[in-house]
Design a protein around this ligand. Structure first.
Ligand SMILES: [Zn+2]
Ligand SMILES: [Zn+2]
Length: 152
């Protein structure tokens, strides 16, 4: 598998109208909660958990269950990717309508747990005989673990 990014970062909806367009193009109704979740993820520097998103959007008055449902809707529609970074917590990040262009590995600090997106990193996996189909089809997530700059 080689992950290459033609652009360094996934496209972001530039404003509320663009966010609504993304939703409608994905056959989702552009509800205020969905727009808020999309806009939050567009500005997030790293994948965020449901709890973090709910805390950040608490001012909007949405309950946690509504936000969770919307995260799942966005994930099913392919706009958001859901990953388990190894601590059994789902984290969500925006990948946008052209998701395939934005496969990227993540760095997880084994000490403090901080997560970083590595859109510039390229990982090549040799496709030997017996390589699982998921790897050949690039339906896998690459995760690098080590100590972050602060924990070194
Ligand atoms: Zn660390
Ligand atoms: Zn990422």
């Amino acid at each position: 598998m080689s992950t290459s990014s033609r652009r360094e970062k996934p496209a972001k909806p530039a404003n509320i109208d663009a966010a609504k367009r993304w939703l409608r193009d994905a056959d989702l109704r552009a509800t205020p909660a969905r727009v808020a979740v999309l806009r939050f993820l567009a500005e997030a520097a790293a994948p965020a958990s449901h709890g973090e998103i709910a805390d950040e959007l608490a001012d909007g008055g949405w309950d946690r269950a509504t936000l969770y449902r919307n995260l799942i809707d966005l994930t099913r529609a392919g706009l958001v990717r859901r990953s388990d970074m190894g601590d059994h917590v789902w984290r969500f990040e925006l990948i946008g309508p052209d998701a395939a262009e934005h496969e990227h590995p993540h760095f997880v600090c084994s000490e403090c747990g901080i997560i970083e997106c590595l859109p510039q990193a390229e990982i090549a996996l040799r496709k030997a005989r017996g390589t699982p189909r998921a790897v050949r089809r690039q339906k896998v997530q690459v995760q690098l673990r080590g100590r972050c700059d602060i924990c070194l």
